[in-house]
Design a protein around this ligand. Structure first.
Ligand code: GLU
Length: 319
């Protein structure tokens, strides 16, 4: 069998010319991405990297931020209180759907769809909007191991065109699902989506989750180990838009994607894996990324329920 590095190089060569899909354009700034950009990164729980392609090309994190903001809200409020405000049920609806808010539960279905993510972000503690933003950025820095920058153009682009998200926040306010300061909550949500990362960063963030919340290089505890299972659970059931079921079936590891073209996935105890390629399908998932993950899962027995290979093939490949 090829070494993991050679396998990644081969995947990069085979999929770099796959030009199916489109750039996200509903946030105008995202339509400026380079369609050809493509990277694959594996970071182990002890900080080693196996990478191919443009792993240092910066882009905005978008929906992948929802996982980490959920972690911060869990730390601020605890599991029971947060569960009362934001559920954990997959919807089967698009991530930006307005329906299913008018329900008796008084809470959005899960923190990976926009409604649930806006509600989650609105719960982040802080004395004022700046304090909340600083806490959010410090949280990201814990995972990344370096300073975080927000892309102002994308933030402004989303802030001025995000009418659907604004409508959702108003509807949730109407149903008493979130507090009154929805403009600050929306700004914070748009800011978290505009955090700049690269493919290597995403794999490092995923590796931190694979490592019970401890950043593999800096050894900083980025999130309390107690809550990692919460994040991985909602990633597994709700992380891949309307393809979450098929992903769980075919790839079988907790993951989250974003409309800018990133995908992160966690192999618990072993590694974080990320891909970046901005051409997405109708659900919002990166097409090159989907192919890469399906092949990686198949080749290395990553599926959590695939006991035939155990995880030993992957463990050996990481040696
Ligand atoms: N900021 C984007 C939005 O709210 C995130 C979407 C995504 O990546 O799924 O529409």
């Amino acid at each position: 069998m090829l070494s993991l590095q050679s396998f990644l190089d081969d995947l990069y060569d085979r999929y770099r010319d796959l030009n199916e899909g489109r750039l996200a354009s509903y946030i105008p700034e995202l339509a400026k991405a380079d369609k050809g950009c493509f990277g694959i990164s594996v970071v182990t729980t002890d900080g080693r990297c196996f990478e191919a392609g443009e792993v240092h090309q910066p882009f905005t994190i978008q929906s992948i931020s929802k996982v980490f903001a959920y972690g911060l809200a869990l730390e601020d409020h605890g599991r029971d209180e947060l569960f009362e405000k934001v559920g954990v049920e997959p919807t089967g609806d698009p991530f930006n759907s307005l329906i299913r808010l008018d329900e008796d539960s008084k809470r959005p279905f899960n923190p990976m769809i926009n409604a649930g993510a806006i509600a989650t972000t609105s719960l982040i503690d802080g004395t004022d909007p700046t304090d909340k933003l600083n806490r959010l950025l410090a949280m990201f820095e814990g995972y990344l191991g370096h300073n975080v920058v927000i892309d102002m153009s994308t933030f402004m682009s989303e802030r001025s065109t995000g009418h659907r998200n604004r409508a959702m926040a108003h509807l949730m306010l109407n149903f008493d699902m979130i507090g009154h300061d929805i403009n600050s909550a929306l700004d914070l949500y748009f800011q978290q989506c505009s955090v700049m990362v690269d493919c290597h960063d995403l794999a490092t963030m995923a590796a931190t989750l694979a490592n019970q919340g401890v950043q593999p290089v800096t050894k900083v505890q980025a999130i309390s180990g107690d809550y990692v299972r919460d994040l991985l659970s909602v990633m597994y059931t709700c992380g891949m838009y309307n393809r979450a079921g098929e992903w769980a079936y075919r790839v079988g590891i907790p993951a989250k994607s974003g409309v800018s073209g990133g995908i992160i996935a966690v192999v618990p105890g072993k590694a974080g894996i990320a891909t970046f390629s901005p051409l997405i399908d109708a659900n919002g998932n990166s097409i090159r990324g989907l192919r890469v993950f399906e092949e990686l899962s198949q080749a290395y027995g990553l599926h959590l329920f695939d006991l035939s290979m155990g995880r030993c093939v992957f463990t050996k490949a990481l040696e």
